[in-house]
Design a protein around this ligand. Sequence first.
Ligand SMILES: Cc1cc2nc3c(=O)[nH]c(=O)nc-3n(C[C@H](O)[C@H](O)[C@H](O)COP(=O)(O)OP(=O)(O)OC[C@H]3O[C@@H](n4cnc5c(N)ncnc54)[C@H](O)[C@@H]3O)c2cc1C
Length: 477
Amino acid sequence: MKNFSIWKDGSFSINSCNLDSDIECDVLIIGGGLTGISTLYHMKDSKLNCILVEQNKIGMGVSANSTGKLTYLQDSMYNKIWKKYDKITASKYLESQRDAINLVKNIIKDNDLECDLTKSKSYVYTDSDKEIDSLVELKDFLIDNNIDVKDDALDLVENKYVISVDDTYLFNPVKFIYELVFKCNLDNYIYEGVSIVKIDRDEEYYLCYTNLDRVIKCRYVVIASHYPYFNLPFLFPIKGSLEKSYLCSGHKDIENISLISYNKPFVSIRNYRDYIIYLSNSCINSSHGNDKERFDELLGSAKYLKFTPSYSWSNIDIMTNDSLPYIGLIKENMFISTGYNTWGMTNGIFGGYIVSELLLGRSNKYSDLFDPKREISGNVLESVKNSYYSVEGIVNGFFKKNDSIEYKNINGDSVCIYRDSEGEHIVYRKCPHMGCYLMFNEVEKTWDCPCHGSRFDIDGKCISGPANKDISYKSDN
Ligand SMILES: Cc1cc2nc3c(=O)[nH]c(=O)nc-3n(C[C@H](O)[C@H](O)[C@H](O)COP(=O)(O)OP(=O)(O)OC[C@H]3O[C@@H](n4cnc5c(N)ncnc54)[C@H](O)[C@@H]3O)c2cc1C
């Protein structure tokens, strides 16, 4: 079994630029996932001089661990939005997702990208009698919005009621990113292995300090780093929670299909060529406990689909307090695009486009809807809940120790030691982001933060933010 995402199986590299001196630019984009690459793409022909920094390799973060569905049929998202606001707001979100799909199709067509884009039917189903009325309500909402939605049937999973639409798509997100970079020569503007560790304001400029002791001076900053490493000005830890999901994939010949369960327990299935990708067992990141047990449950529950998994991996996304993304200005000349509620193929690529429009001084019809500074009703309650999750993460990280790890104190430093055939792997036990205790993910061999979702490889290299520093133990420190 390969314990990484099916999209990462292959060799991916670009001719990234070298940051060998301090530099200046108009716009600095932080993060090379779908959001950052889309922003760079949309800015490339503008008068503003843009660069993108990525702390690892581009396209290997959350985007590479997704299921790669481009769909507006998104489980109970619309119901959540109209409950929080109203149906007009939910309709506007629906319109944005359809616009986003068209945008992605046009980018692929205009640049002749080979990223396995295929049209597919999308299904939403429920296996619970209690949810049927609510799913019917979703169907009626879609009909009111002129969507050609049908009652349908599904053999693949047990269900009580199913609806489907025809005009949605599947693609390979990693191929999309790399093809776009190659075909548009975006690598001339990309610096890999460069992490932003601090941002200061100097009159009308931002001074962005990097892990390489170089400074990037710019007028505008775009935070496309998924979960931002800083807390102020946006107070991110109370603006959203984190959902962790477990996925596996193996050979199985099925039709072109994209299906999703309407509510919890959450299931998502799609095909990719002659593979099936199966997602299940999602949970709040701070309360997942033991990853090995959750992977075992995933593989157990996959049995009814009759395939032998050859890949398994996990992924974490940000759920916002009102189920709408945060896209726009967070402070003077600083933009953010994140919080996609597990729908970042559409929202991430569209977010990059919206931010580029705002950078160029153009208005966008969705900028109010996605405004990160919008008033969210019930926000106080949600914020308290999110703070509770952080505390739960601290407690679980401290108490839920892993049997295969030796926990030790060396010269006052709390460290974790994992031993395998290659020898000892020693890392600091606390996450450099906010000091939460890390948990060992025995399946993927990563150290994961139960509070804010940072991830580190077996030797402590940071592979996912908000942390922006490694945790490899250095004995001479
Ligand atoms: C299990 C799962 C399945 C999903 N499936 C789907 C799907 O089918 N369809 C869909 O629409 N959405 C899906 N999503 C959601 C989607 O994957 C994400 O919302 C989206 O990929 C986020 O993109 P991003 O560019 O914001 O983040 P990322 O892809 O994580 O990119 C952020 C980048 O920023 C870099 N970075 C971080 N900090 C710094 C720093 N300080 N300096 C420099 N670089 C930094 C990181 O290394 C990373 O490469 C899924 C999510 C999950 C959890």
